[in-house]
Write a protein that binds this ligand. Structure first.
Ligand code: C2O
Ligand code: CU
Length: 463
């Protein structure tokens, strides 16, 4: 199974119009087209030139997909790239065959070919879709979009915004830096951009009114950047992590972390008066910077509302009985300044130096990359409890496909249901989940250079 996700060296593209592809009408099939292809976008502000991106339907973020909880999502992937593609529906408790992982759940979709994704969205919340082939490059070039699953009943809010945060590694010409697989990125903290956007705009400013109540759906689509975010001129509560509602809304303090692939749903009340600053702030290592600004004009009401109530719970309760849990252990090791001496690559034990020569740097339980045997193999309904030891100096964002887990906190209590866990450098963590969805589920670091350089494995849930 090694050799999956191999990045292609190719960075020269066919023009978008170079291939004649059949177009499938909505009326005829019920499937709307999702077409990864080359597009142009004004990512850098004018007068800088535009950037050639790869986007679903030529735009980045791709078209927003919005359904009600329990509804069907039907999209026909029509691949207009010059290389294969696939779509993963991140955070959805999906049918395994629709999970979009080449080599594990489907064949990669060749240039010019199509694939029909057809599934029910069982849980309300903020999800997203993205390519899962040559992911470091394809996602960095812009192949992602939001997948919003609405609760049955409308919330007591004035409006909502979907805010996808990304960082781009751009040259002054507007070109995306084409060195996607440098040993430096792969062995350190991953590919970091030099230009941070929200919905592909630099510091966008949205209209707002004093005492207006908004739901903000934040999605971190960057390859590797961890965003500490805070609020100014806004009173906020976290009502969901990774799409899954929390039992009690959590008042936002100084800042909260949004690691790659994570989502946070906020309910915010605008406390700023007209003319005052209201913003989502990004606490950079230097000084805080506006990530998204709000231009406050007028008032939505005389007084603020009382604190928001929790979102309605999804069907998956996340109630975990650890008594009967299958125990597992995962050691994350490797990277620069790490302790990894040797690890198995393609069935052979290699020294760290030999791994580095193969541009591989990370091992999960001593193995680099995918294995034939899953990390965890359990029956449907069984509980898994897994200790995670991060022996590396770098943080990671470990994502499990197909189901949600909870962290077991040091005091023994459970953290919120999530699909992507932030683990700091040299830190340990523990997660537990009920294997509720049969199939082969990828488990990997969502810092995509780490995934490419060894941090991926899978879990099997037997039907
Ligand atoms: Cu967001 Cu394996 O994916
Ligand atoms: Cu990682």
């Amino acid at each position: 199974m090694t050799g999956l996700f191999k990045p292609t060296r190719r960075s020269v593209l066919l023009g978008a119009g170079a291939m004649a592809l059949p177009r499938f009408g909505l009326a005829q099939s019920g499937f709307e087209v999702l077409e990864p292809k080359v597009g142009m976008a004004q990512v850098l502000p004018e007068p800088y030139p535009q950037t050639e991106i790869w986007g679903f339907n030529g735009i980045s973020p791709g078209p927003q997909i919005r359904v009600k909880q329990g509804q069907r999502v039907q999209r026909r992937l029509v691949n207009s790239l010059a290389e294969p593609a696939a779509v993963h529906w991140h955070g959805i408790r999906n049918d395994n065959a629709m999970d979009g992982v080449p080599g594990l759940t489907q064949e990669a979709v060749a240039p010019g070919a199509t694939f029909d994704y057809d599934f029910i969205a069982p849980d309300a919340g903020t999800y997203w879709y993205h390519t899962h082939y040559n992911t470091t490059e394809q996602m960095d070039r812009g192949l992602y979009g939001a997948l919003i699953v609405q609760e049955a009943d409308a919330l007591d809010i004035d409006r909502e915004e979907v805010l996808i945060i990304d960082d781009w590694l751009l040259r002054q010409t507007g070109e995306i830096d084409p060195e996607f697989q440098t040993p430096m990125n792969r062995s350190h903290a991953g590919r970091m951009g030099n230009f941070v956007t929200t919905n592909s705009l630099f510091q966008p400013v949205l209209p707002a009114k004093t005492n207006e109540r908004m739901r903000l759906r934040l999605i971190n689509a960057s390859n590797a950047r961890i965003f500490p975010l805070g609020l100014q001129g806004l009173a906020g509560w976290i009502v969901a992590y990774d799409g899954m509602p929390v039992a009690t809304p959590e008042r936002v303090g100084d800042f909260f972390l949004l690691a790659p692939a994570q989502r946070v749903d906020l309910i915010v009340d605008v406390t700023a008066k007209p003319g005052e600053l209201a913003a989502i702030m990004w606490a950079t290592e230097q000084e805080p910077q506006i990530q998204v600004g709000f231009d406050v004009t007028g008032a939505a009401s005389r007084t603020a509302r009382p604190a928001p109530r929790a979102l309605p719970a999804n069907d998956e309760t996340g109630i975990i009985d650890l008594g009967s849990a299958v125990q597992a252990r995962l050691v994350l090791a490797g990277g620069a300044m790490g302790t990894l001496q040797e690890a198995e690559l393609d069935g052979e034990v290699k020294t760290f130096r030999q791994l580095a020569q193969a541009n591989q740097f990370w091992a999960l339980n001593g193995v680099v990359g995918m294995t034939d045997k899953p990390l965890v193999d359990v029956g449907l309904g069984e509980t898994v409890r897994m200790k995670i030891e991060n022996e590396s100096s770098f943080p990671h964002a470990m994502h499990l496909h197909g189901q949600h887990f909870r962290a077991i906190l040091p005091d023994g209590s459970f953290g919120p249901m999530r699909d992507t866990l932030y683990i700091g450098g040299l830190e340990n963590a523990e997660i537990a989940f009920v294997a509720s969805n049969p199939g082969k589920w990828l488990y990997h670091c969502h810092m995509l250079s780490h995934q490419d350089a060894g941090m991926k494995t899978w879990m099997n849930v037997r039907a």
